[in-house]
Write a protein that binds this ligand. Sequence first.
Ligand SMILES: [Zn+2]
Length: 253
Amino acid sequence: MILLLKKRTLGFMGTGLFLLCLSFGTFGTFNVALHPNMNKWKQEKLVITMVKTSQKAVALTFDDGPDPEKTPVFLDSLEKYNAHATFFVIGNRAEKQPQILQDMAKRGHEIANHSYSHSYSRFSSNQTAIFKEEIDTAAALIEKITSQKPVLFRPPGGYLSDNLVNLIKDEQLTVAYWTWQQDSKDWKVGTSGTTIANHIINNIKPGQIILLHDGASNGLETAKAVDILLDKLTKEGYQFVTMSELIKLENKE
Ligand SMILES: [Zn+2]
């Protein structure tokens, strides 16, 4: 198939155009930051990757929980430093751990939507009906358990498409991406808490959205990193706020 296409395309349009077609083919099917509409979505505030502010505030965001063993460790660390964070929970996990979600809400954290199933195959199908079912089911669960209506959605695997962003717009939600410099790949098994913390501390700037995982198998190392970075950055004058609070600081001096 590709060979046939290549022969025809090369014949009629030349190599450059062929490569361009291939690239757009990739954008259409899966992932991620290099989507050709990314800048437009950012300008329209449909996708947020960072907040422009000179206040020393950042948002810690934790994905893929709640996890009965790991998430409570994060909650205790945050409490110790009077820090607030945003938890992007998976619906089918939240369903099994409602008390952890209630605890998050009680302690002043934001609970956000990370889909019901976190299934890459469902998200790569690129069907609006499937996106809607995933987002609405998780949102209803979060609201039922915590009485908080989630306003932020983070797609599993960072998956983005026109269909998904159009739906987000219709549902008056915001796609909560993260700041590129603050993706420490903390979920990779074997990455130490110190390595994760150093990545974040060395790249810290006001307005960043820091991507971490409480629900991944390396989560206890991430929890150690959170303890280290909260200690260090709190002393440097950083404030840790929820992502919705951070968005309100846009353009604040
Ligand atoms: Zn995830």
